[in-house]
Design a protein around this ligand. Sequence first.
Ligand code: NAP
Length: 277
Amino acid sequence: MNDSRIPLAAVIGSPVAHSKSPQLHNHWLKVNGLPGFYVPMDVKTDDLETVLRSLPKMGFVGANITIPHKEKVLEIADQITDRATLIGAANTLIFLQDGKIHADNTDGYGFISNIRQNAPDWDPAAGPAAILGAGGAARAVVTSLLDAGVPEIHISNRTRVRAEALRTDFGKRLQVIDWVQAGNMLEDATTVVNTTSLGMIGKPPLRVPLDGLQRGALVTDLVYAPLKTRFLAEAEDLGCQIVDGLGMLLHQAVPGFERWFGVRPEVDSATRAAALR
Ligand code: NAP
């Protein structure tokens, strides 16, 4: 890229109007006194490759990728990190000097950084983790929990075959539990994660019985609208330590911002406020 150009970045999805990423990145640009702009782009799947190949020519240094393009983008990227390959999806693109597209997945990094920031005493090795849901986000959560040293993961999903596929990909440290018995896997878990979209505004609540939760277990939800889901509120009432999902969104954005704009941004209360505006 010509160095005199103002660096540009985007979040690309469809729909994308709801994305909090523009407020977040533009906040970081402002507080760090950096030139640059970050814009939302609603791009249909058929146009994705054409758009991505054009962006570097227009001064874009990278992009975040969101639903429904996180898997498709791996077919287009020229370089893919091992973790994005393992997860089967990318959320962060770097446009290299020669126009090539480098794809990474920072969801797992964001997930673990959020817990480490908000529950610094969390010990991943203290016991098994229980994961509700086996969609795209669950793959990043599984990867990062195994990396962090969780001894085993019990995973339950409405569509059992998706959880079985995770076990096939990630191996024997994963054990699949039937969705109707999901409550049972919470009893010995020291880390509990909701990766389903249940509990999100406009979606049905998560109805898994939580009375088996261990007091002191770390419980986190990927859903962040509302910030304190009923799942988190009930876990808190049972004496669990809770961490909401907004911090994951904020932390997953850090590596991309640093690569595009050259400064590692802080995730602090002002960042949360900016994302919630
Ligand atoms: P996804 O691939 O569509 O997976 C959705 C998951 O929710 C699947 O496990 C699905 O089960 C389950 N589910 C949906 N409706 C259900 C129902 N009525 N009953 C039981 N299970 C149901 O989506 P995703 O990308 O993994 O995202 C999942 C959630 O995480 C979303 O709310 C997303 O916004 C959130 N998320 C947050 C962050 C963050 O930074 N905080 C990052 C990524 C994702 P089936 O397989 O049976 O359909």
